[in-house]
Design a protein around this ligand. Structure first.
Ligand SMILES: *Cc1c(COP(=O)(O)O)cnc(C)c1O
Length: 387
């Protein structure tokens, strides 16, 4: 029944692994959702909005307070001058990405991105009928993941309509640096492509790294759509409130598609998030500090269990290599892990067009309570005994 272009996308690894974790009682470090709630004031505001009757269709572009709060947030954290009229509220970052791709690409067009990539990129580009050109991000011992500039250049052509960039990057935890982003921007300008940046982990960056918004780079604001979301920052992944901003001609194109995907969503959540975005710096600092501690907990535990680990500089994911454990297939490993020791993870190969790229890599999420991470680490230590 399903149209041919969507046949490769009938299931997501997150649904499958989460179901397996549930069935086996495993600690689920596969899917990236936090196991604690966001700020109490945010939850109370949303509940009060529901009780007060804020329950009908909000404006198609989003409630004014949230559009203004996003503009202020972009000035405060990234130095960007954003007109609230050029902010579009979406059903999560996922819808913003989908609407941008569907609005700007069609059959014959090409989208440049990096692999591994967030799984919706592949499905969304397929849905549009465009072709994905995914440039490998490869691990550099001691320095995280990066791309080969020549490979990136070779991915661009006259057919390139769009460059889809995710920084901080899921799943590798890479935070792209100024040099890398500048090169991406230069190629986008040379080939007259639109830059779409997915910055949902903008506040999850650790010591030694800095998140740079691509739109803040010289000359890029006019060709860049910047996307983020409340889900990760405020631990409300189930609310699905995101946003996109950029120059009017691009945002208007995204809006044209977005209005026929969901039209609108999240009426009671939007004003509550407007308030939350202006929380003091301590909120944002505590978020990153807490996650840095959790990262260290899991990175240490994985190392002690015998994995080779690439410590992330951003996001709440860590990629580990199973090769030192004598395992050569990360996907088969992930399917066995819940039964074997009671921990669930996801294979990086499912985020790659070229499955060989991440063949021995697996991704663990550390956005979990310390005691949950400690229990997972204890279970992972059991791998040595099995080996
Ligand atoms: C979680 C995630 C998203 C989806 O964000 P939503 O607001 O839940 O739609 C998009 N991009 C990346 C890289 C993510 O990890």
């Amino acid at each position: 029944m399903l149209v041919e272009r969507m046949l490769p996308f009938t299931s997501t690894i997150f649904a499958e692994m989460s179901a397996l974790a549930l069935r086996t009682g495993a600690i689920n470090l596969g899917q990236g959702f936090p196991d604690t709630d966001g700020p109490a004031s945010l939850l109370a505001d949303a509940a009060a909005n529901i009780t007060a009757g804020v329950n009908q269709y909000p404006p198609g572009v989003g409630v004014p307070a949230l559009r203004s709060a996003v503009a202020e947030h972009q000035k405060r954290f990234h130095g960007l001058d954003v007109d609230p009229d050029h902010v579009l509220v979406t059903s999560g970052a996922t819808e913003a990405i989908a609407a941008a791709v569907l609005a700007l690409c069609g059959p014959g067009d090409e989208v440049v991105t990096f692999q591994p990539y967030y799984d919706s990129y592949g499905a969304t580009v397929a849905l549009s009928g465009a072709t994905l050109r995914a440039v490998p991000l490869r691990p550099v011992p001691g320095a995280g993941f990066t791309f080969d500039p020549d490979e990136l250049r070779a991915a661009f052509s006259a057919r390139t309509r769009l460059v889809l960039v995710n920084t901080p990057h899921n799943p590798t935890g890479t935070v792209l640096g100024r040099g890398e982003l500048t090169l991406i921007g230069e190629l986008a300008a040379e080939f007259d492509a639109v830059v779409v940046t997915d910055e949902v982990y903008e506040h999850m960056v650790y010591a030694g790294a800095e998140h740079i918004a691509m739109a803040a780079l010289p000359g890029l604001a006019d060709r860049t759509l910047t996307i983020s979301s409340a889900g990760k920052t405020f631990s409300v992944t189930g609310w699905k409130v995101g946003w996109v901003h950029g120059p009017p001609r691009l945002v208007n194109a995204v809006r044209a598609v977005k209005q026929f995907l969901t039209y609108v969503s999240g009426a009671p959540f939007q004003p509550a998030l407007a308030t939350a975005l202006s929380l003091p710096d301590t909120f944002y600092r505590t978020l990153a500090d807490d996650l840095a501690r959790k990262r260290d907990l899991l990175v240490d535990g994985l190392r002690r269990a015998g994995f080779a680990v690439y410590p992330p500089r951003g996001t709440y994911f860590v990629v580990a290599d199973v090769a030192p454990l004598g395992v050569d297939d990360g996907a088969a490993f992930c399917w066995r892990l819940p039964e074997l020791i009671g921990v669930a993870a996801v294979p990086v190969s499912v985020f790659c067009v070229d499955p060989d790229l991440g063949r021995t890599l697996v991704r663990f999420a550390f956005c979990k309570r310390d005691e949950v991470l400690a229990a997972a680490v204890e279970r992972l230590a059991g791998l040595r005994a099995l080996g």
